[in-house]
Design a protein around this ligand. Structure first.
Ligand code: HEC
Ligand code: HEC
Length: 296
């Protein structure tokens, strides 16, 4: 803050306080003898006349009290421009104090969690309780408060993984995030071509489809196989889902699968290394492991 603005604020704040004090004293000394003889101000509106009684004593005392309070406050705390106040209170100091307290309370806890291997940590009730709260704050908005996901957001409580459920895979997912890119095929295959390949795709999970369409689609599936595998079982290195089961990330109705293949999908799981730090990322990997393998 420049000296000018600091001075400006000091003058403004003090002038305000002094101003109301002067106003209070002035109204007490005001000579009202020349007002109407009946003790009113002489105003009349709609038959209502206004008395000119002094302010009640309790009210005056309260008002003076607030003025004294304001002055004491401004001496002790920052408020007058750059003047820091006698107590040296700062908002960043308060934050640092809270952070230190937090570190003392939880720092050791997280460090201990971080030393525990993920499958073992997933058995630790206390750790999973703490993780549950972190989940509610950081993950539930997308994966749901019950972690069962929704359209476009994977269910974390089943054992059906896009990228794998082993501890190292979960750690990698949370640390670096994931991008699931399913290309669009409207241009390359045309609407009819997509209809055929979708018929074949749906047949992979045992759905009843038009056999003619599916047969034509089987030839087209070669290009899909490069990511989803020759028999459609998926590829966790790419996050390409298994197409032979009944779990659908983007919906399993014919219309939804048509949409996925016509227009593609771009799905992002954010990286959490910067947001949570490595210790809490470790804890959350254990939590996902717990959701899928331990919790009943
Ligand atoms: C902004 C939304 C969003 C938030 C917040 C989010 N996720 Fe995700 N997450 C996703 C999406 C979308 C995917 C699927 C990515 C894909 O399709 O490639 C995903 C995928 C995952 C996967 C991989 C699942 C699999 O089948 O391999 C895990 C594990 C996961 N999230 C855990 C978490 C945890 C734990 C948190 C909180 C720390 C979290 N996510 C926060 C959107 C989110
Ligand atoms: C470049 C690799 C790649 C190719 C080629 C590809 N896919 Fe995909 N596909 C993916 C990925 C990755 C996802 C997951 C997208 C996500 O995470 O949201 C996906 C998702 C899907 C889904 C949604 C599955 C669900 O659970 O909702 C369907 C259906 C699908 N692909 C069908 C096909 C078909 C049919 C073809 C061929 C015409 C094809 N894919 C070609 C990578 C590919």
């Amino acid at each position: 803050m420049s000296n000018f603005w600091s001075g400006y604020i000091i003058v403004l704040a003090l002038a305000n306080i002094i101003g109301v004090a002067v106003l209070l004293m002035w109204t007490r000394r005001m000579d009202i003898s020349d007002l109407a003889k009946d003790g009113t101000t002489g105003h009349e509106y709609d038959g209502i006349r206004e008395y000119n009684n002094p302010l009640p004593r309790w009210w005056l005392i309260t008002f003076w009290g607030t003025i004294v309070f304001a002055l004491i406050y401004l001496v002790l705390f920052p408020g007058l421009g750059k003047y820091p106040g006698l107590l040296g209170w700062t908002s960043s100091g308060e934050l640092a104090k809270d952070e230190q307290l937090y570190k003392r309370q939880y720092g050791g806890l997280y460090a201990e969690f971080a030393r525990t291997p993920i499958p073992e940590l997933a058995q630790n009730d206390r750790a999973m309780q703490v993780a549950g709260r972190i989940f509610a704050n950081n993950c539930a908005a997308c994966h749901g408060s019950n972690a069962r996901g929704g359209l476009g957001y994977p269910n974390l409580t089943d054992k059906d993984w896009l990228y794998g459920g082993e501890p190292e895979k979960l750690l990698a997912t949370l640390t670096h995030g994931r991008k699931g890119v399913m290309p669009a095929f409207k241009e390359a295959m045309g609407e009819d071509g997509v209809k055929e390949v979708v018929a074949y795709t749906l047949s992979l999970s045992g759905r009843i489809v038009d056999p003619e369409l599916a047969k034509a689609g089987q030839a087209r599936f070669a290009i899909c196989a490069s990511c989803h595998g020759a028999s459609g079982l998926g590829n966790q290195a790419l996050g390409a889902p298994n197409l032979t089961d009944t779990t659908w990330l983007h919906g399993g109705s014919e219309a939804q699968v048509m949409n996925t293949v016509l227009y593609g999908r771009n799905n992002v799981m954010p990286a959490f290394d910067q947001i949570l730090g490595p210790e809490r990322v470790h804890l959350m990997a254990a939590y996902v492991y717990y959701l899928a393998n331990v919790r009943r």
